[in-house]
Design a protein around this ligand. Structure first.
Ligand SMILES: [Zn+2]
Ligand SMILES: [Zn+2]
Length: 335
């Protein structure tokens, strides 16, 4: 069993445990251990043989036992029991996701807003993973607590982007923004600014408890803005702690498909948004997807491999996921 496959099993266990608020502490422990595995990729067979699985950071006796089961049998009876208990069994039509074909992450933050690393550090991290491109998508002005970017700061950021691109060869940096979807569905930056950017991710961050009819109108307006490429973490949920927005998913997803707007599967373990169930609905309605870490530091790029069980469970074929397309095929760049 390789570390990434094990990371996905632990990530799924963490996700399923989050459904029960009483388990939130254990859920986080599993997500954390999954992240360590995805980041450091230890040789699990060797560690198991030497009886040293607990030497992995964040792996105590309980998680080690599950890892031992995974190494020995390729499966986890605990995970299977949790799936049965939560009514989320594995499915026959799961897709195959070949992570070695992953071309780049479209959604990331730098210290221009609330990221914890510089653009150069983020670019080097992406390059080290073999990515061909990285979307630099800091927050828009409305998110004041994180120093969101207005037009003037975006222009300044574009100069830094040019420098960093020269320094990190072979990696394209997409100049973008994670623009807030305001309460009425307007976006937090004017169209004249948005249309200059390579990638626009529009995300709901506030007023997620809006009444469903108003929320539906809000999301419909966002997906029909011609500058929007991706809807970021489409419900804003935080499994186990915050319910996401409720709206007419079928209508909004259908509209997203019609406008060629991708829906994100945000792999941050605190988000996991869209859920596999909602992603499956979106798939049936013809949507494309963006599989992103929403990384705020280079280490968080590892959220994608650990959460890759989500698109698999949703049955999404790789050709519907933007991140498996080469840069030239990302139509939004020219849009
Ligand atoms: Zn966001
Ligand atoms: Zn973000």
């Amino acid at each position: 069993m390789d570390a990434i496959a094990a990371a996905q099993a632990l990530s799924e266990i963490g996700y399923l445990l989050r459904q029960d608020p009483k388990e939130s502490f254990r859920a986080k422990a599993f997500s954390k251990a999954a992240w360590t595995l995805a980041l450091e990729r230890p040789d699990l067979d060797a560690l198991h043989q030497a009886n040293k699985l607990t030497s992995i950071e964040g792996v105590g006796a309980g998680i080690a036992k599950i890892l031992a089961g995974l190494v020995e049998t390729g499966r986890s009876s605990y995970l299977e029991r949790l799936r049965a208990e939560t009514g989320q069994p594995a499915r026959d039509d799961e897709s195959t996701i070949d992570l070695s074909s992953y071309q780049g992450d479209l959604h990331s933050h730098t210290d221009w807003s609330d990221g914890r690393a510089t653009m150069l550090e983020m670019a080097r991290g992406a390059k080290a993973l073999g990515y061909r491109y990285l979307g630099i998508t800091d927050h828009s002005p409305r998110i004041k607590v994180v120093n969101g970017l207005d037009a003037e700061r975006l222009l300044a950021q574009s100069r830094e982007r040019e420098k960093v691109e020269q320094e990190v060869e072979g990696l394209a940096l997409l100049q973008g923004i994670e623009v807030d979807i305001l309460e009425d569905g307007a976006l937090d930056l004017p169209d004249v600014v948005l249309e200059l950017l390579d990638i626009v991710i529009a995300s709901p961050h506030v007023k997620l408890r809006q009444e469903p009819t108003a929320m539906t109108e809000r999301m419909l307006r966002a997906v029909s803005n011609p500058n929007v490429d991706v809807i970021g973490h489409p419900t804003g949920r935080r499994p186990g702690s915050r319910e996401g927005a409720t709206y007419d998913f079928e209508r909004v997803f259908r509209e997203a498909a019609a406008h060629g707007v991708a829906l994100e599967i945000d792999c941050d373990p605190a988000r996991m948004d869209l859920s596999p169930e909602q992603a499956r609905l979106a798939l049936e309605l013809g949507c494309t997807f963006s599989l992103d870490a929403d990384a705020h530091a280079p280490a968080e790029f590892a959220y994608v491999p650990m959460a890759a069980w989500m698109p698999r469970r949703a049955g999404i074929p790789m050709d519907r996921i933007l991140n498996f397309r080469p840069l030239e095929a990302l139509t939004m760049i020219a849009k």
